[in-house]
Every structure is written in structure tokens, then in C-alpha cells.
Design a protein around this ligand. Sequence first.
Ligand code: UTP
Length: 283
Amino acid sequence: MRKTVMPVAGLGTRFLPATKAQAKEMMTVVDRPLIQYAVEEAVAAGSEKVILVSAPGKAAILDHFRVNSALESTLAASGKEVLLEAVRSVGRMAEVSAVMQGAPLGVGHAILQAKEAVGNDVFGVAFPDDLILAEVPVLEQLRRVQERYGGMVIAVEEVPAEQVDRYGVIDGEHVADGIYRVNRLVEKPPVDQAPSTLGIVGRYVFAPAIFDSIERTGAGAGGEIQITDAIQAALPTMPCHAVAFAGERYDCGSRLGFVQATIAVARRDPGLAGPLAEFLAGR
Ligand code: UTP
């Protein structure tokens, strides 16, 4: 799994007006934009190449991974070595490139735009607005399951029963610790018709055959081309396993999730944890 696709072409409507002129994926949790957390995770799972699926007006996302010579010279001249290294390391992490999605027709359609760039390899997919803190990167947890079972692998977590209509939901059979064989998937089912409370979150591992399935998939929930429908359509020819991963996920596309992610990341930062605890305790 040397390549990871990251769709970043969405409109981010749940976070307006913040996302009016700024990409959601560039919103900052403590000191890094969301996209950087996702790229760091992909690299930790062995990815050498990251393919962004981007849109006009979102050039800042790719720029974040390009060399900024003027900034580097200024930092070097003023002896700011730590900051200089922080800036340089972002550019060295992985080979980051971008393909464009002409219109935000859904995450399935976004992933399809990376077909040529992916070629014939098994590849990962990560949605940067799902920030996941985990000892073993979630993409790595999925990669290991893909190595064992082949086919498609998706990340799931238990979600509150009254919120299943916000997720893709699986009907699966428990086959090993935290691993389900998927029999059926439904995107945003009504609460009383959901097959389970295992909701899909934004991490996947696919074989290139998924692209053929997306090409045959029409618009689904919300009028968008959904990856969940493409996985469902591919099930007869390719197994799919779901991993109830170890880690904490924050939906940074929502206001509450974003605030929670900020607090969770700050709590893990030795320089912030103490003062933050005091602040939250009301002192
Ligand atoms: P979301 O559905 O969470 O993002 O997609 P959104 O559509 O931007 O947000 P809301 O619902 O309007 O608030 C998950 C990821 O897929 C990307 C988004 O940029 C996000 O990173 N995406 C979504 C695309 O690249 N293209 C699309 O057509 C839709």
C-alpha cells in the first residue's frame, strides 16, 4: 500500500462560514492543518505517495507540502532551527500530488478521479476531516487486515443508535477480534432501518477493481456518488472486511468534533497539557 488517496474537494458546508474562502482540510488543530495529520498517518502506514483529490480554490492544501524557499531562508538567517526543521519536514514527508474533481459529486466520484494516478496497486483512502489518534495508525491497522483477507477493508466504529442516519452502516459477521466480514452496507439509513450501529469512518483500503465499481455507481444518498454504494456493488466479486479500529476518532467536519480534537491533541502535548487542564478546571 504505497499510495494513499485523500479527497479534499468537498464544500465543507457544515463548517460555514469558516470554509467560505478556506479549505476545511487546512483548518488547524493546535499547530498543524488537518491534512497534515492525515499525511503523517499515511506515511506511518508505509505510503510513499499521497494523491489529493482537490478543487479550484484549494491550492493552499498542495502548497502546504511544497518547499517555501523564502520562508526557509528567513528562518535559517534568524537561527530559528526548530521552526526551520518543522517547515522542512512537511515537504519531505511524502510525494504529494493532486488531481482535480470538476464538481463535488460525492466521495465515490472524488476517489474515481485518482484512478490513473493509482494505477495497479492496492491503495489507501483517508478523509482528512476524520482525525484519528491511535497508537498504531488506523491505515496500518487496515493494511494488516487487507494483507490477511485480501479484497476491500473499511474502518468502522460503534455510533449512537440515534445517529446512524449520518453514517454508512454495515451488516457484518464477527470473524476475529474487532474484524467483521461485511454482508451489506447502507449509506445514511433511517434510524429504524439500520442493519447495525457500526458506522463507517473515513479510512479504507482498496484494490484498483473498486474503480470499475464506482464507474457503474449512480447517485445515491444526498444525490451524491457514494463510495458505500460502490463497495456494496463490488461485494459479489470482492470480499470486504470492516475493522473496529483501536483509536479515538474526531469528526472535524463538525464543530463539536473539531473542538474535541483540539482538546485531545493539546492534552497529549507536554507543553499544553498542564495549563489546559487548569483552564478547563476553571482556574
Ligand atoms: P464530507 O462529506 O465530510 O465533506 O466528505 P464535505 O462534503 O466537504 O462537508 P459537508 O458535509 O458539506 O460539511 C469527506 C471528505 O471527502 C471530500 C471532503 O473534502 C472531505 O475531505 N469530498 C467530499 C470530496 O473530495 N468530494 C466530494 O464531492 C465530497
